[in-house]
Design a protein around this ligand. Structure first.
Ligand code: 18C
Length: 258
């Protein structure tokens, strides 16, 4: 059980947390560990096949062309370094539903189906339709977690959010106008602190965040490969630039959150 200082809020759930008792918990815990380990691997460590498809300053996006039954399921891995924000802040704005409409431009509608615990939610989302394909929806659990920084024990914690498709008996797949997509997404954020030499307090000018974003999206049904690849080549860079700019803007006049 996590040792807490006076006034500190627990992040790993205590044994009584509803998340630990939940039917999804074994899957969530296993998948979070697996996704974090994969996200931490560099492009070179994952074998060959990663192709750079977008680059803008510090942001680099790679994909691997993969198809299952003729459907494009290209894994994506993006790395970015953003000054002035922390990993906890990036994960906070990515996880928390109250900010989602602010930055998620492909979103049409979002509902929280289940509030399992402060760090674990189940979402139903519908996304904008792309002609000529059907509109897509997705049901996924989302889990935010603080990880020990084993490379620098005195450094800030590492933070992650993992989203993974799940089922909802109340919202079965492919019954209405939407085709259900299936996704696994991992956002992993590491804060770097460059302490001021004069011993002055750390400000936003002294921090940067290394962001790794990995995703695999199965379109769930027919979608023309050329259109789908063109869509994600445009939408992923747009998402990461817009989302990080949003976090910078939201946090600029707030105290740093490590
Ligand atoms: O990770 C991201 N967001 C999280 C919180 O919302 C969460 C959700 C991810 C949903 C991603 C899939 C969305 C597909 C929607 C269709 C695209 C609509 C485009 C509309 C353009 C006007 O994890 C950030 C996600 C960033 C999303 C980038 C787009 C990825 C596209 C992947 C293709 C999906 C198949 C769609 C089939 C259409 C084929 C022509």
């Amino acid at each position: 059980r996590e040792k807490l200082k006076t006034g500190q809020i627990p992040v790993t759930p205590p044994p009584t947390s509803p998340a630990l008792q939940h039917r999804l918990w074994p899957d969530i815990d296993r998948l979070v560990k697996q996704q974090v380990a994969m996200s931490r691997m560099g492009i070179g460590d994952c074998g060959t096949g990663w192709q750079l498809f977008a680059e803008d300053g510090e942001m680099k996006m790679y994909r691997r062309e993969e198809e299952i039954d003729g459907m494009v399921v290209d894994p994506l891995k993006a790395v970015h370094i953003v000054k002035g924000i922390t990993g906890h802040e990036v994960c906070h704005y990515f996880f928390n539903p109250k900010y989602r409409y602010d930055w998620e431009t492909t979103l049409e509608h979002m509902t929280v189906l289940e509030n399992i615990s402060d760090d674990t939610l189940v979402f139903l989302q519908t996304h904008k339709r792309i002609w000529p394909a059907s509109q897509r929806d997705v049901v996924f659990w989302s889990h935010i977690r603080k990880l020990p920084n084993d490379q620098d024990r005195d450094g800030p914690d590492i933070w992650t959010v993992v989203n993974n498709s799940t089922e909802s008996p109340e919202h079965p797949a492919n019954v209405g106008k939407c085709v259900r997509i299936y996704l696994t997404v991992c956002l992993l954020c590491q804060t770097r602190v460059h302490p001021p030499k004069d011993g002055a307090p750390i400000t936003r000018d002294d921090v940067s965040c290394k962001i790794t974003y990995c995703s695999v999206v199965n379109p769930g049904g027919w979608a023309p490969a050329s259109v789908l690849r063109a869509v994600y080549k445009r939408e992923y860079p747009k998402f990461l630039k817009r989302f990080t700019a949003y976090v910078i803007n939201q946090t600029k006049n707030k105290p740093l959150m490590f």
